[in-house]
Design a protein around this ligand. Sequence first.
Ligand code: ZN
Length: 144
Amino acid sequence: MSSADHLDDDCIFCKIIRVEIPSFKVFEDGKTFAFMDINPIASGHSLVIPKFHSANLYETPDEWVAVTATAIRRLAVAVEKTLQPAGVSIVQANGPGAKQSVHHLQMHVIPRGIDDDLMMNWELVPGDTVSIKELVERIKANLD
Ligand code: ZN
């Protein structure tokens, strides 16, 4: 299963995988790529994408869903260890009703606070890139 064959020329996430667009990468392996969300809904908001272009969960082959789920666990453990939030939500959105913003399968790690009133859908608001960059290094230090 080679990833380069499965990417799309115009997709922003495929461009991040190919490093045609910069990102705050946390880790990558042969099949997945983990990075910080630049429009974070909470500090530590990060995501994993498979190195396989498909619009959503419905269109993604099981093997790619499986590697993405394994990688989201690795990222969630590191974020939890780094920030010790009161909770962590894993969010995976499909379609406009779920406010899916990029049509490439993605799973988000969202640190939670008690009664933080975060919604499952959120607007894209750019975060402070200095603090995001600082957080990447802290999360990387906690990767297993
Ligand atoms: Zn893509």
